[in-house]
Design a protein around this ligand. Structure first.
Ligand code: GLC
Length: 533
């Protein structure tokens, strides 16, 4: 039998005012795939609004909603045509305002995506830049350059696009423009004062409406090196690249000026925050983004990229904590998101992957700091192998079919019933196909199953919010059997994860929760345990 919480519910120890985000559990809503409110097979704000009570009951503190702004959807919303409006596919501004008000009434904070690095090619600025021609102030907002070679027919430098192919596209008058991502996502030039001013206007637009903060897309990418020099030649990387030293496209020192501007706007509003998508693996370089006048949080992707081994997980935790040590920021833990294979699948899939994902949930939620869940984590959703004709990610097209892209981790969430579309939509089709065989995975089926992964998440989140064992931001490693990880939080919580191939004895103490059956006094392999001693 899975141990259920044994402590009586206490008033939340969670911060409710300044610094609320320091130990908050955020839930990432990938808007296309969370819930469809209008029957067109694509998730939207109305669908999310209807599911807010589910998220409250799950026990998360805050939402991160991925881009819902007007967009031609070349990168499913990360190509923003107007950052201060709502894409009709997803709803409208009154719908957003209603969602925000209802979320707040339920005690849920709402954070939204900010996409500063680039716009859509359909943004009015880019259309004006194309029309205005070389040397114009309209082109100065983007990175237009003449090409190399006698007739300028070679790209201005050797940068590859993250999505495959060159990072430059030529326009009819012969100039080239930079796009680190898809050609439909031209990069902005942050040395142009208008660009930063517009970002501030976008922030104020949403802060004035009452959002609690932002997730900042490609937060290490807004500044480009002077002169746009060639970088070390490298394979086209896709998002799996680590953006290491020598990759001139990212982590330029100038990006910190942008973060200071972002922070200055946030500081005009009480209790608002920003988390950055910062793909920087060096601890000291990452720490620079967390200085007192920059980001409050930076995703630390080490847990998301770690193999399921004790050495890799311990290393990920040690480095994540080292990166924030000496900064005002807590760590910020991520297991899955809309850009990477889901952890059930990374950990082996099937019954094994699910068992490990259950253990990983207790590991993630035991660590000090903020945590981000990706929609469907709480259901144990795996990736889905899609047929070629269903694929939609620009990576699939840009790589000429060499990379399958990220659709597999973006399948719509199954809510109820025994057949696709599992209550995701009242229509018949879904924007990515949903597989057969998910009847037991639905939120509804899991709700009434005490041993389900959803029940485990609910119990874990309730404990995390109510038990003083989770207080403090310190972590001390404890001796543990070979192949296991064990640590203690300041407040007394002990987390033990068994990554050895054999059962180990359950230590002395009161078990709060376990991800598997510990009734025989043994912690099985690939299982985690919370206790207080
Ligand atoms: C970030 C997003 C990803 C998007 C890219 C370009 O990495 O998470 O989904 O494709 O930025 O905006």
């Amino acid at each position: 039998m899975t141990a259920e919480p044994t402590t009586a519910a206490r008033p939340s120890t969670r911060r409710s005012g300044p610094g609320w985000w320091r130990d908050a559990v955020f839930y990432q809503v990938y808007i296309r795939s969370f819930a469809d409110g209008n029957g067109d097979g694509v998730g939207d704000l109305a669908g999310l609004r209807a599911r807010l009570p589910y998220l409250r009951d799950l026990g998360v503190d805050a939402l991160w909603i991925t881009p819902f702004y007007p967009s031609p959807m070349a990168d499913h919303g990360y190509d923003v045509a107007d950052p201060r409006d709502v894409e009709p596919l997803f709803g409208n501004l009154p719908e957003f305002d209603a969602l925000l008000a209802e979320a707040h009434d339920l005690g849920l904070r709402v954070t939204i995506d900010l996409v500063p690095n680039h716009t859509s090619h359909q943004h009015e600025w880019f259309r004006a830049a194309l029309a205005a021609g070389p040397g114009s102030p309209e082109r100065a907002r983007y990175l237009f350059r003449d090409g190399r070679g006698p007739d300028g027919s070679e790209p201005p430098n050797n940068w590859p696009s993250v999505f495959g192919g060159p990072a430059w596209t030529r326009v009819p008058d012969g100039q080239w423009y930079l796009h680190i991502f898809a050609p439909e996502q031209p990069d902005l030039d942050f040395t142009d004062p208008e660009v930063v001013a517009d970002l501030e206007a976008t922030m104020r637009f949403w802060l004035d409406r009452g959002v609690d903060g932002f997730r900042i897309d490609v937060a290490h990418g807004m500044a480009k090196p002077a002169g746009l020099p060639d970088m070390l030649p490298m394979e086209d990387t896709g998002l799996l690249d680590d953006h290491g030293p020598g990759d001139e496209r990212f982590d330029q020192d100038g990006v910190h000026d942008v973060h200071r501007r972002i922070r200055a706007v946030l500081d005009e509003y009480p209790d608002r925050m920003a988390v950055g998508e910062v793909w920087v693996s060096d601890d000291d370089r990452l720490a620079l983004y967390l200085r007192p006048d920059e980001l409050q949080l930076a995703f630390n992707f080490k847990l998301l990229t770690a193999e399921w081994t004790p050495a890799a997980l311990r290393d990920a935790i040690v480095h994540s904590l080292a990166a924030v040590d000496g900064t005002p920021a807590p760590a910020c833990w991520v297991l899955s998101n809309h850009d990477r294979p889901r952890h059930v699948t990374r950990y082996g899939g099937g019954e094994l992957g699910t068992r490990r994902a259950r253990a990983a949930a207790l590991l993630q939620l035991a660590l000090p700091g903020a945590a981000y869940l990706y929609n469907g984590d709480e259901l144990g959703m795996p990736d889905v192998d899609l047929p070629d004709e269903a694929l939609q990610d620009p990576i699939w097209f840009r790589s000429g079919g060499a990379e399958r892209g990220r659709d597999a981790c973006r399948i719509p969430v199954p809510w109820s019933g025994s057949e696709p579309p599992y209550g995701f939509t009242t229509g018949t089709g879904t924007w990515l196909p949903m597989p057969e065989g998910w009847a037991e995975l639905t939120a509804e089926a899991q709700e009434s199953r005490p041993g389900s992964i959803q029940s485990l998440y609910r119990a874990a989140l309730a404990l995390r919010a109510s038990s003083p064992a989770f207080e403090g931001e310190g972590l001390a490693w404890l001796p543990s059997p070979d192949g296991c990880l064990a640590f203690r939080r300041d407040g007394g919580l002990v987390c033990l994860v068994n990554l050895s191939g054999a059962a180990v004895p359950v230590p002395e103490g009161t078990v709060l929760l376990a991800s598997g059956d510990v009734s025989g006094g043994q912690l099985p392999p690939d299982t985690a345990l919370w206790l207080v001693a």
